[in-house]
Design a protein around this ligand. Structure first.
Ligand SMILES: *Cc1c(COP(=O)(O)O)cnc(C)c1O
Length: 220
């Protein structure tokens, strides 16, 4: 199967309200170009340097999503062009994105990452930290970021019951988000959950954005 065929097949299977992020990390520019020519305009990368290099080389109507863990000192390299940062998991990182967005005269959309998996290694905030962030006065003051939703990753397991439980949990946190605080920079609309192995289940659980890599571009 070609990248184009994989992409078109996945796209045709997605409900209309679900956005596809084509996860192109580690893949060479010609592979992204093939997806681009098949109509894909949203690409996800997990390393800032790699994303910036690809941004330079590829058409400028691509939306670049940072889906990986972000180091504060590297935010400046993506601030001029990134369109959505999925993995925001601390107030410190949010503050840095706000600062760098201001320097570039823009507002950067962010998703707060929530820890829903059993593994300790997956990044993200718990419900308490999330509430602390969005109800803080510091957050309220950040004019150059906008929190447009949540992102989460389920445990890496074959156990669908477990995965479903974690996705349901994230969906319930998402549904309660805007009741916690009225804020100009809190506009929840996106629930980013689901990857190649679990996106169908994620959609059934309420996902509005899926991040799919290997099912489009092949194994890494
Ligand atoms: C790599 C990655 C994906 C895509 O994973 P696939 O299994 O290849 O679809 C999705 N989300 C995040 C955060 C990733 O790092």
């Amino acid at each position: 199967m070609s990248i184009k065929n994989n992409l078109l097949e996945i796209k045709s299977s997605l409900p209309e309200h679900v956005t596809l992020v084509a996860v192109s990390k580690t893949k060479p520019v010609p592979d992204l170009m093939e997806a681009y020519e098949a109509g894909q305009r949203i690409f996800g990368e997990n390393k800032i340097q790699e994303m910036a290099d690809k941004y330079e080389q590829l058409p400028k109507d691509i939306e670049w999503h940072m889906i990986g863990h972000v180091q504060t000192n590297k935010v400046k390299y993506m601030a001029p062009f990134v369109s959505l940062v999925h993995g925001v998991d601390s107030m410190k990182l949010l503050a840095e994105i706000n600062k760098q967005a201001a320097k570039n005269n823009r507002v950067i959309d962010c998703l707060l990452q929530v820890h829903i998996a059993e593994e300790e290694t997956k990044f993200g905030m718990d419900q308490k930290e999330l509430t602390a962030v969005i109800t803080s006065d510091d957050f309220q003051q950040m004019k150059n970021i906008r929190v447009t939703g949540l992102m989460g990753m389920a445990t890496f397991t074959e156990d669908e019951t477990q995965i479903k439980k974690e996705f349901d949990h994230l969906k319930s946190i998402f549904d309660n988000l805007d009741q916690q605080r009225e804020a100009a920079n809190l506009k929840p609309k996106t629930l980013s959950m689901g990857m190649s192995g679990d996106y169908k289940l994620a959609i059934a659980c309420g996902s509005t954005m899926v991040r799919i890599g290997s099912s489009i571009f092949g194994h890494r």
